[in-house]
Each structure stands twice: as structure tokens, then as C-alpha cells.
Design a protein around this ligand. Structure first.
Ligand SMILES: [Zn+2]
Length: 377
């Protein structure tokens, strides 16, 4: 993996990350394809909207279809016919949010599948092995994602465990072989809840272990936005300048713009896809709920400034109709538009940084979003 920084404005930066499956521009938004599919989108559509990397999930792919099928298929890229970069989350977050009866100790996590209750065991080593079978371009270490709120004592001991697990993941990574001919990289995850000194410690120790990139995890789990921004700022102040920083599972357009301003390079979030399926559409003037009665005879596009397939071909009234009669095309058009919007946001953020006007552009975007927030829902 190669990371080239192109322009900087304050802490915000643009660049590109070069991997075996291609190059992606940063700051980047990764559409979420938890089950080896970005819901309601074909690979071709993902290319059309400008997605250059997607995210998938170790926990889910391990349970279904399982590593044997992925191995036989020649890895996830082949299996799902997506030949650009893929990042896989380790499954740490899912272990703590989805699975029942998990038991955590020094060695790893025992858990019951959220699907059929069957018993499984993840260790830092097995999580690396599974990601070798998946063949993701960027793999994540196994971490413990602390809930919010969280006692400081627990945040400290949990973070120490995450650091020891990161070390074990790295050892396994260095000692194991890639399976499909393309190279893979491993990122560490900074934890520490909302405690400045725990975050500082985590970022410092992990930086010393020399990973290829660093994620900031355990945020957007219920803490106020200001605390989240504060934690991001602490992390990006310590993490190495020449390595990518990835903020996991965040967030709203506003969160993304604030995090870019604090030096974050990569994002993933279910908001554009999940909200799209729930009739919430992101526009350059804020969010609209397309099922509202006011759109029943509105024959304008979702966003008249948007150039996506949905906006070029369909009206608000038609999309509202599709949602009202529960036709699947409604979910497809909404998802397509929302993901296009997130890619548009990243493209424009990159351009603004390249031209040294990011701070001003961000302020303008935030004002537009906030002015319209009264109309949400
Ligand atoms: Zn659109």
C-alpha cells in the first residue's frame, strides 16, 4: 500500500491510496456492503456513482457464506464481482452489538451467532486468518468497542486489551501469507471511549507499532458530537502524518466535514444506504422524507443540483409513490441517490482542500444543512 498526500489545508488533507485493486482518492467515503453486497446496488452502479472502495464485514462473512465458499470463489472480490479495493472490519463491533452470550477473555471472544445461536470463538489470530480468506485489501485488527457511557476504569482495561490484541494481529499478519496474489494491509484501531488521556495513550502506543494505517473506533456510539470531535482531534494530533486515518462508522454529512477538517482520510457509514431504504434522502439543502404528503404532486427531482441517475430520470412524486406502494425500485433509486450524494460531498471536499478554500466551503455547507434541519421528518 502506498499513501500519497497531495494538498493540505490546516489538518485537512487530500491524497490517494494505491492498492493492488486500484487507487482511491482521499478523503474517501466507503459504501457499506456488510454481507458482500451494498444493499440495492450492483457493482456497475457503484462504479457509476464514483465509489472507489467499499467496506465489508468479517463477522457477517464468516457466518455466511463462510470461509470455505469464499476460498473456493477466489476471495470476496471474485465472489461479488467488485474488482476495486475492499476494506473489511474485523467484526469487533458486531461481536459487541449483535451477538448474544459473548464471553471475553485475554485469548479472544466466545460468542453465539445472532442467526442460529451456534457457538464460535474469535481470537486476534483467527480474525486475521478469516480476512486472508476474504482477501480484503485493507484488514482491521480485532478490538473491543466500548459502549457509551463507559466507566473510565473499564475504558482503560479494555483499551489495554485492544492494544495487546493489535500486537497479536500484527504478528499473525506478518507470519501469514496472502492467498490470492494481491497484497493486503492491516490497520490498527484506536479506542479509549471519550477519555482524552486513554485516547492519547492508545494512539501513542499503536503508532509505535508501525501499522500501515490507523482507525479511530468507538465513536458515534451515543456521545455528544463535540466530544467526538474532541477525541478525533486528539487522535489525529498523535497519529503519524504519513499514514491514512479512518474514522469508523461515522456519520452524518456534518460529522464527515468536521472530521475531514481534523485530518481524517477515510469513512464508512450505513446512513446513506439505511436511511435511503427508510425514505430519507440527503440533498444539498438537508434531508427530506420522501413519503411526506407534500411530495405527492412534486414533479421536480429529489435534488435539482444532483446529477445522479435518480435525479436525472425521476421525480419526487414518483419516488414517493414507489415507497407508498412498497415497490423495490423505490429502495434502489433512494440508495443510488444517497450514495451519490456522499460521493459528491467527498469530491467537493477534496476539490476545496486542493484549492485552499476548505474551511469556507465547509462553513457554507454546514449553514445549508442546519437551516434545513427544522424540516427533517
Ligand atoms: Zn440524485
Amino acid at each position: 500500500m502506498q499513501f500519497i498526500i497531495e494538498h493540505k489545508e490546516g489538518r485537512a488533507r487530500t491524497g490517494k491510496i494505491i492498492l493492488s485493486h486500484g487507487t482511491f482518492q482521499t478523503p474517501a467515503f466507503m459504501p457499506v456492503g456488510t454481507q458482500g453486497t451494498v444493499k440495492a446496488m450492483t457493482s456497475e452502479e457503484l462504479e457509476t456513482i464514483g465509489a472507489e472502495i467499499i467496506l465489508s464485514n468479517t463477522y457477517h462473512l464468516y457466518l455466511r457464506p463462510g470461509v470455505e465458499i469464499l476460498r473456493s470463489a477466489g476471495g470476496l472480490h471474485e465472489f461479488m464481482n467488485w474488482h476495486h479495493p475492499i476494506l473489511t472490519d474485523s467484526g469487533g463491533y458486531q461481536l459487541f452489538s449483535l451477538s448474544d452470550l459473548r464471553k471475553i477473555d485475554e485469548e479472544g471472544v466466545q460468542f453465539r451467532s445472532h442467526l442460529d445461536g451456534s457457538l464460535h470463538y474469535f481470537t486476534p489470530e483467527t480474525v486475521v486468518d478469516i480476512q486472508r480468506y476474504i482477501g480484503s485489501d485493507i484488514m482491521m485488527v480485532l478490538d473491543e468497542c466500548t459502549p457509551f457511557p463507559c466507566e473510565k476504569e473499564y475504558a482503560i482495561s479494555s483499551n489495554e486489551l485492544t492494544i495487546r490484541w493489535a500486537e497479536r494481529c500484527k504478528q499473525r499478519f506478518d507470519a501469514s501469507e496472502r492467498l490470492y496474489g494481491h497484497s493486503q494491509s492491516l490497520f490498527a484501531i484506536v479506542q479509549g471511549s471519550v477519555f482524552s488521556d486513554v485516547r492519547e495513550h492508545s494512539a501513542t502506543v499503536l503508532t509505535g507499532m508501525d501499522f500501515e494505517g490507523y482507525a479511530i473506533g468507538g465513536l458515534a456510539v451515543g456521545e455528544p458530537s463535540d466530544r467526538m470531535y474532541e477525541m478525533i482531534e486528539i487522535c489525529t494530533g498523535i497519529l503519524p502524518q504519513n499514514k491514512p486515518r479512518y474514522l469508523m462508522g461515522v456519520g452524518t454529512p456534518e460529522n464527515l466535514l468536521e472530521a475531514i477538517d481534523r485530518g481524517v482520510d477515510m469513512f464508512d457509514c450505513v446512513l446513506p444506504t439505511r436511511n435511503g431504504r427508510n425514505a430519507q434522502l440527503f440533498t444539498q439543502n438537508g434531508i427530506i422524507n420522501i413519503t411526506n404528503a407534500q411530495y405527492k404532486d412534486d414533479f421536480t427531482p429529489v435534488d435539482d443540483k444532483c446529477e445522479c441517475y435518480t435525479c436525472r430520470n425521476h421525480t419526487r412524486a414518483y419516488i414517493r409513490h414507489l415507497f407508498m406502494v412498497k415497490e423495490i425500485l423505490g429502495l434502489q433509486l433512494a440508495t443510488h441517490h444517497n450514495l451519490y450524494y456522499y460521493q459528491w460531498l467527498m469530491r467537493n471536499a477534496r476539490q476545496a482542500i486542493d484549492e485552499g478554500r476548505y474551511f469556507l466551503w465547509k462553513q457554507q455547507q454546514l449553514i445549508k444543512q442546519r437551516n434545513s434541519s427544522h424540516n427533517i421528518n
